[in-house]
Ligand binder design. Structure first.
Ligand code: NAP
Length: 306
């Protein structure tokens, strides 16, 4: 197979990857974006985005569609459904099933994914009441009772979204305090359709062919109870999509890629940006910021300035 040569290859087309594509394309670098599925990353599924400056209120899909057309308008080539099968970061070569590519620099923006609860019934009942996407599946639960697991921003925001459809939404959290932002908490506590089950762990998701019941345990009293629900939405945090780079780059203890302030990873010419990077805050704004810095670094590297 012939190797196609680019100035920069960006792996992953979420907000950070697409921002890098906009900057690299606009700076005149030949830019290839390889996306394993479709463009957008996590934010694509977000029903409401109201903290992206300059855009008062939108949804993830609309925001991403604009970023994609912006990147294309500056000449970036974006290939969807093109999972990377092999990567040599030192040699700057990347393979997909369809072609081999090489570049002077590689920007990794593969993001992260939902963590699984790991209890019996979870994997068996995915798509049959177990969901990781309220935006996709919420409308199936009109007038029904559902549970959301977790106490972070995702869990609470998505629980509030689900109250548009469900008659009752139980928020099941393992501690007695939420991790979500205070403003989000205040909105949630004022929502009469939300009911909080504190200090509670899900032990099993049960049902024949579809979710019917959760087995719960109170972590303070060890008391076990059952909760009848038709759906369970799991929002217990994220894991980095770094498997294909395993061992090749320095990462933090959670597996997120370490970079310097120029987004340079531990191999020269390799940059990491967005949610895959070791960083304390993971927002669309921080992803686009990372994507900007990584792209400017790649441009300066191409000019011999870095
Ligand atoms: P997160 O902040 O890491 O919260 C994960 C939640 O799940 C925590 O409440 C945690 O409990 C709980 N949890 C973790 N493992 C668990 C387990 N095995 N069993 C039961 N519960 C478990 O994750 P996130 O909510 O997905 O948010 C990720 C990042 O994105 C955060 O920085 C967040 O601020 C950001 N975010 C921002 C927005 C926004 O600004 N609009 C929206 C969504 C997310 P503990 O609290 O006990 O650890």
């Amino acid at each position: 197979m012939e190797t196609e040569k680019y100035d920069v290859i960006i792996i992953g087309a979420g907000p950070s990857g697409l921002t890098s594509a906009i900057y690299c394309g606009r700076a005149g670098l030949s830019t290839l974006v390889l996306e394993k599925g479709f463009c957008g990353g996590q934010i694509y599924l977000s029903s409401l985005v109201e903290n992206y400056p300059g855009v008062k209120s939108t949804d993830g899909a609309t925001l991403i569609a604009t970023m994609v057309s912006q990147a294309k308008s500056f000449g970036a080539q974006i290939l969807e459904n093109s999972p990377v099968t092999e990567v040599d970061l030192e040699g700057k070569t990347v393979k997909t099933e369809k072609a081999d590519y090489s570049a002077d620099s590689i920007i990794i923006s593969t993001g992260n994914r939902w963590r699984k609860l790991g209890v019996p019934g979870e994997s068996e009942l995915v798509g049959r009441g177990v969901s990781y996407c309220a935006t996709c599946d919420g409308p199936f639960f009109k007038g029904k009772e559902v549970a959301v697991i977790g106490g972070g921003d995702s869990a609470i925001e998505e629980a509030m979204y689900l109250t548009k459809f469900a008659s009752r939404v139980y928020v099941i959290h393992r501690r007695d305090k939420l991790r979500a932002e205070k403003y989000v908490q205040e909105q949630a506590f004022a929502n009469e359709k939300l009911e909080f089950l504190w200090d509670t762990q899900v032990k099993e998701i049960a049902g024949s062919g579809k979710v019917e019941k959760l087995s719960l345990e109170n972590s303070k009293t060890n008391e076990t109870t059952g909760l009848e629900v038709s759906g369970v939405f799991i929002y217990i945090g994220m894991l980095p999509n770094t498997e294909m780079f395993k061992g090749a780059l320095e990462t933090d203890e959670r597996g997120y890629i370490k970079t310097n302030e120029r987004m340079q990873a531990s191999i020269k010419g390799v940059y990491a940006a967005g949610d895959v990077r070791s960083s304390p805050v993971k927002q669309i704004t921080t992803a686009t910021s990372d994507g900007t810095v990584a792209a400017v670094s790649a441009v300066q590297q191409s000019q011999g300035l870095l």
